[in-house]
Design a protein around this ligand. Structure first.
Ligand SMILES: [Zn+2]
Length: 292
């Protein structure tokens, strides 16, 4: 009997080790939602500039948050997600806001608090105290309201154009300025403009950040580099619901659109790309009779 058991064990070992190689260790995943500016109903920010394609009406944002609440989603901060036991891999999202717009505090925070949600606000140091953006006091209020404040760099520019040394210096400076201002540890960076490459990622780690949020759409799977799904004005409610329910096809379609747009941006340059986007948007509005 003992002999038969040991024979069985020894013959099963190679199979088990083959399986170990094929199956990755259990890993937590989540959807990190990426918002920018929110605007009140009736304010047509699209008519202003191409940079507002990420601006979302407050009613759309409210509808999305209410959907999360009604469907028992939990909101995690980044540190919570990164240390979550794999067994708790369920209905959760991380909500992030980039750039440090004033609407973070005037629109987003009251609604988030009302629903018992928390979010991560990535602040770009050069935006602080500018019109339309948060002041120093308001950034402090974000933190005092139970939200997480993290870094969106010092300048809102393309870090891939900097040398490794310059990128490390600039990102470390942003972290230190925010840490001194808020008297709290800053551990995460959202890369400004989503312009990234391996040099920028390693510069961010050398500058003292523990993990980096990119603009590449996809599920976040832990580790140092975290995908996010941007929610724009054009994002429909069914699309939003599919993203937070982690439906592969809509997330993949979003990722392919993003990669196509990035490729076009590389070929024609950022300014031409933004001009093309604006022209297409104006043409669409004209066809809908919204613009003369
Ligand atoms: Zn930004």
């Amino acid at each position: 009997m003992v002999l038969r058991l040991s024979t069985h064990l020894s013959s099963s070992l190679p199979v088990a080790s083959r399986l170990d190689k094929k199956i990755p260790p259990p890993q937590n995943t989540t959807v990190i939602l990426n918002y920018h500016r929110l605007h009140q109903a009736g304010v047509d920010v699209h008519a202003c500039s191409s940079g507002d394609f990420y601006a979302l009406g407050v009613e759309n944002f409210r509808q999305q948050m209410v959907f999360l609440r009604r469907n028992s989603f939990k909101t995690l901060l980044l540190g919570e997600f990164l240390t979550l036991p794999a067994s708790e891999n369920s209905r959760n999202v991380v909500i992030t806001f980039d750039d440090g717009y004033e609407s973070d505090l005037t629109i987003a925070v009251p609604l988030l608090r009302q629903l018992g949600f928390r979010a991560v606000f990535f602040i770009c140091v050069e935006h602080i105290d500018r019109p339309g953006y948060l002041s120093r006091d308001q950034v402090k209020q974000l933190l005092a309201s139970g939200m997480s404040v993290q870094s969106h760099g010092f300048f809102h520019h393309d870090l891939t154009r900097l040398s490794y040394r310059k990128a490390v210096e600039e990102l470390a400076r942003a972290r230190l300025v925010l840490e001194r201002m808020l008297n709290t540890k800053i551990s995460y960076l959202a890369i400004p403009g989503g312009f990234t490459n391996e040099r920028v990622l390693s510069a961010a780690l050398a500058a003292g950040y523990e993990a980096i949020c990119t603009s590449l759409p996809g599920l976040a799977r832990g580790g140092r580099k975290l995908n996010r799904v941007a929610i724009r004005r054009s994002t429909t409610q069914p699309e939003f619901e599919a993203y937070v329910r982690r439906k592969r096809i809509p997330i993949l379609a979003n990722s392919l659109r993003y990669r196509g747009a990035s490729r076009l941006k590389q070929i024609v340059g950022v300014n031409h790309y933004e001009a093309i986007k604006l022209r297409l948007w104006q043409r669409k509005r004209k066809s809908l009779g919204l613009e003369k």
